[in-house]
Design a protein around this ligand. Structure first.
Ligand code: ZN
Length: 404
């Protein structure tokens, strides 16, 4: 990850060495010839479903939507991929985002990577203040100050300043646990439950800022990239997303650290992004929700996991209907084109709405010729109106303190 977020940052400044613009890596496959015969390579295999099943187009959500997981701006990162400093780079204007939002019945978007200090204020002016009620901006930790002995208090003070400036939450990237080190980019990795962050979590509770937290990553990012890895295609395109080996903690160790930290801060509201960081294991996520009343989850970039276990996911949505928030992990183009399951455009929302509202079978979770996260298709949940309303907006309004 260190590298890809930095790349996103560089690209947004027009400095990217990768040179992937609109029509990025995966999309290029579209134009490829279609070979046949016994020597067919996996990368050339693009099967088209022969099923004759219902195809429902859902152009607009049935109820107004609050998308709690978007990246309308990126924060500067150092060479090691740690967010530092106050520089931010907006990826879209409020005006352009609103065009898509109005077409798709998106009432509000939460920009998680809103930055700190001056950068945060810039984002709040460009989005929240430019279109009141339509955008909410979150702040991020100031890891650049991590070496200051007074860091724990400085960070708590930064949360207070951010709240006063209008921030609506705190975003934690997986940098915590997987990228940030004792000397910022060197030394041992800092753990998710490191006590130096305790004043920050408590400040979030005091200022009623929910913590939008993403730790770990898909389970397959913590296992060897071999013929058994279900995300082989995705890791092939982004080998730096793998956290297998080196000095990385195991997936389980990260979850255990997270649990110790959640338990120490019962007054802080934690939104576990990407289905509580473990969409592959809904039993575990359910146990976490049972254990931590201060925890909710969000579904961004994981409909590929939820949608290939529709019966288990349906029961999960039924049981935890008050604890699930709608999110997409949207990234505006051109950068977003490199992550087809996240690119901010009409199709993204149409797929999410189809998944939540219909009982359609075996359809793509992303607009891409090869499913970008793994070679599977998804099945709609056909949620009831009562559950849809909660997931689309009711739960987010409660957690984020949004008035009707
Ligand atoms: Zn995200």
């Amino acid at each position: 990850m260190s590298d890809w977020n930095r790349r996103r940052w560089l690209q947004s400044l027009g400095l990217g060495a990768l040179g992937v613009g609109s029509g990025g890596l995966l999309r290029a496959d579209d134009a490829k010839p279609c070979p046949s015969g016994p020597g067919l390579q996996l990368q050339d295999f693009r099967p088209k479903s022969a099923l004759h099943v219902k195809q429902t187009f859902v152009p607009k959500a049935k109820f107004p939507v609050i998308d709690v997981h978007t990246h309308l701006s990126w924060t500067a990162q150092n060479k090691g991929g740690v967010p530092v400093g106050e520089k931010v780079a907006a990826q879209i204007t409020a005006k352009d985002a609103l065009v898509v939002m109005d077409r798709k019945n998106v009432r509000a978007m939460v920009n998680l990577t809103g930055g700190t200090g001056k950068g945060l204020e810039e984002n709040i002016a460009a989005f929240d203040k430019a279109a009141p009620g339509r955008f909410l901006t979150c702040t991020e930790p100031s890891y650049g100050d991590f070496l200051d002995p007074k860091y724990p208090q400085l960070q708590a003070d930064a949360i207070e300043h951010a709240a006063k400036a209008g921030a609506r939450g705190l975003k934690i990237l997986k940098a915590l646990g997987l990228v940030l080190r004792e000397r910022i980019s060197e030394g041992p990795l800092v753990k998710v439950d490191d006590k130096r962050f305790d004043p920050m979590w408590e400040a979030c509770a005091a200022h009623k800022l929910p913590v939008m937290i993403h730790v770990a990553d898909p389970e397959a990012f913590f296992t060897p990239i071999d013929c058994t890895n279900e995300r082989w295609d995705e890791l092939g395109h982004h080998p730096d997303w793998s956290f297998y080996g080196k000095d990385y903690p195991s997936f389980k160790e990260i979850m255990e650290a997270r649990d110790r930290m959640f338990a120490r801060h019962p007054k802080t509201s934690f939104v576990g992004l990407h289905v509580g960081h473990d969409a592959e294991n809904l039993e575990f996520v359910g146990q976490s929700l049972d254990k931590f009343p201060n925890m909710t989850v969000e579904i961004g970039a994981r409909i590929g996991e939820l949608g290939r276990q529709p019966r288990t996911a349906g029961r999960f949505f039924d049981k935890y209907q008050d604890r699930i928030l709608f999110g997409t992990d949207a990234v505006p183009p051109p950068d977003g084109e490199n992550y087809p399951q996240q690119v901010f455009k009409d199709e993204l929302y149409e797929i999410y709405y189809r998944f939540l509202e219909t009982e359609d079978e075996a359809f793509d979770y992303a607009p891409a010729p090869v499913p970008p996260q793994g070679r599977w298709q998804i099945y709609g949940l056909g949620l009831s109106d009562a559950i849809l309303k909660k997931v689309y907006n009711g739960n987010a309004m409660r957690v984020l303190g949004i008035n009707a």
